[in-house]
Design a binder for this molecule. Structure first.
Ligand code: SAH
Ligand code: SF4
Ligand code: F3S
Length: 481
């Protein structure tokens, strides 16, 4: 899962008119809040829950950070540089707080859960801390800050699934539906079990209720979310992820159904069959491999060998023609030798993933690897290996995208392109980003787009017609005859 930077949202300004206006709005709106979300889709989904909880308590979402009396950072601890970003941002907020008395800063999510109350020493800007299982207490924590305290609430609560809270969603086209929280795997490099606690699945019936509501509100894409989504187990009747995915796809037949993240060891034949059989389940599986070497996978405690991974890929490709696979790679994990690194490059060449999220290993205190293995690959070697991995993967992605030029793909239009108001951005079912001429088309529409050119991460094209309009004409005709 990609870590997104939010620094494009950061404004450094002098004492300008803009600042004076922001100050007026801030002082007049001490019950307004703004959330900066870092990290994975689970955090993005949690920010929707936080928004709902605060709104229920009478707080009002601010349009921008400048207009907020309360600034919340929903943080990620997965790599050291993710934590560095939070530190930098807190430095900026420290300056802002000196100028704007009464501004409240809360740090939420994975970093405080991991660093606990020691986090306060990171910056005097921090007023309170809350972990992923304690968001129901946010209104109380804010009141405690207003009463002059520096509270923190960082307990795990393995019963907390935020049942009964309807998240406030961004946009009206795509929706995340968390189906589980936490993770019971102990991948040696990973902090997530320490930041999010024990795995707990949401009841099947509640998930289906949420899906029904999304269908009624006209959502066109539903992504089922979990750190290890395919180990889902319904706490009421033990239904597995394949059963859940199938039921969701039937409940929302006009929506695209996605899911992330899958763990290779938990990909079952039943799951692969469900993806193959149900037309609205997207033919895309994000299947992090981390390394191409069984020795390294063993040290990482991933629970499978590279041969097992190859077998899963073969099973998937045989059952789902046209399936697109993406992955995550870590370069320079403990004990990685040149031949292990070469095995990763070989795997990339062989599997030809559409896209990979690629990182160099970042030791996280307290994890299995930090406690039991030496972080023994020199930094320069880690970076060199990562660069080799990136170069190879970019050239593979470039070739795969180039091969799509001249074909027609079905795209769900999601938003205006960031670069031009004359263009729209959408995705294929296989999760490729497509930029195309807007013409008279709307976001939320499914279109057939002729691909005219490509880069290693984007397809560029011209829309041919609206699939939605054509299907509604066909439906009308079938009523008529
Ligand atoms: N639950 C997901 C991954 C969550 S973290 C899964 O199991 O696939 C997202 C990605 O970050 C991981 O797949 C891994 O590639 C990377 N990552 C996690 N910890 C890391 C670390 N300590 N150093 C470098 N990359 C890391
Ligand atoms: Fe981390 Fe492994 Fe759990 Fe993914 S499956 S969140 S990598 S411990
Ligand atoms: Fe980061 Fe927490 Fe997600 S550590 S990757 S935000 S679960």
């Amino acid at each position: 899962m990609a870590v997104r930077s939010i620094f494009s949202n950061v404004y450094y300004f002098n004492n300008t008119l803009q600042e004076q206006r922001a100050f007026m709005m801030r002082t007049s709106g001490s019950n307004t809040f703004y959330i900066h979300t870092f990290g994975c889709q689970m955090n993005q989904s949690d920010s929707g829950i936080i928004t709902a909880l605060l709104q229920q308590a009478g707080y009002i979402p601010a349009e921008s950070e400048d207009e907020a009396g309360i600034i919340l950072l929903n943080t990620c601890a997965v790599r050291e540089n993710a934590v560095d970003r939070i530190e930098h941002y807190l430095q900026y907020l420290h300056g802002l707080k000196k100028r704007h008395k009464g501004l409240i800063v809360g740090v939420l999510g994975c970093v405080p859960q991991y660093q606990r109350q020691e986090m306060f020493s990171l910056s005097p800007a921090i007023d309170f801390l809350a972990g992923p299982d304690t968001y129901r207490s946010l209104p109380l924590l804010i009141r405690q800050v207003q009463a002059g305290q520096k509270p923190f609430f960082l307990e795990f609560n393995s019963a907390e699934t935020y049942e009964g809270i309807e998240p406030v969603r961004q946009g009206s086209i795509s929706a995340f539906v968390p189906v589980m929280r936490g993770c019971n795997n102990m991948c040696a490099f990973c902090v997530v079990p320490f930041t999010r606690g024990r795995e707990r699945s949401h009841p099947f019936t509640l998930i289906m209720g949420e899906v029904r509501q999304l269908v009624a509100s006209g959502y066109r894409e539903i992504t089922l979310l979990g750190q290890n989504v395919n180990s889902y187990s319904d706490p009421e009747e033990g239904r597995d992820f394949a059963a859940l995915l199938e039921a969701v796809s039937r409940e929302a037949p006009l929506a695209r159904i996605r899911f992330t993240t899958s763990h290779p060891k938990d990909i079952s034949e039943a799951l692969v069959r469900t993806i193959a059989d149900r037309p609205n389940i997207c033919n895309h599986i994000h299947l992090p491999v981390q390394s191409g070497s069984s020795k390294i996978l063993g040290l990482m405690n991933r629970g499978h060998t590279i041969e097992d991974y190859r077998e899963k890929i073969a099973l998937i490709r045989k059952a789902i023609p046209g399936v697109i696979l993406t992955t995550d790679i870590i370069a320079g994990f403990c004990g990685e030798q040149e031949d292990d690194h070469q095995a990763t490059l070989d795997l990339l060449s062989e599997v030809r993933f559409d896209l990979a999220y690629m990182f160099f290993y970042s030791e996280r205190p307290g994890t299995l690897a930090a406690r039991t293995l030496a972080d023994d690959v020199p930094e320069l070697t880690k970076k060199r290996r990562l660069q080799e991995i990136i170069d190879l993967q970019n050239s593979i992605s470039g070739e795969l995208y180039q091969a799509a030029v001249g074909t027609v793909v079905e795209v769900l239009a999601e938003s205006e392109s960031k670069r031009s108001s004359q263009k729209l951005m959408g995705r294929t079912g296989t999760n490729r980003v497509v930029i195309f001429d807007r013409e008279h088309y709307q976001t939320g529409e499914r279109l057939n787009v002729l691909i005219t050119s490509s880069t290693s991460a984007t397809l560029i094209g011209k829309p041919e017609y609206s699939v939605d309009q054509v299907s509604s004409i066909i439906k009308d005709k079938s009523l008529f005859y």
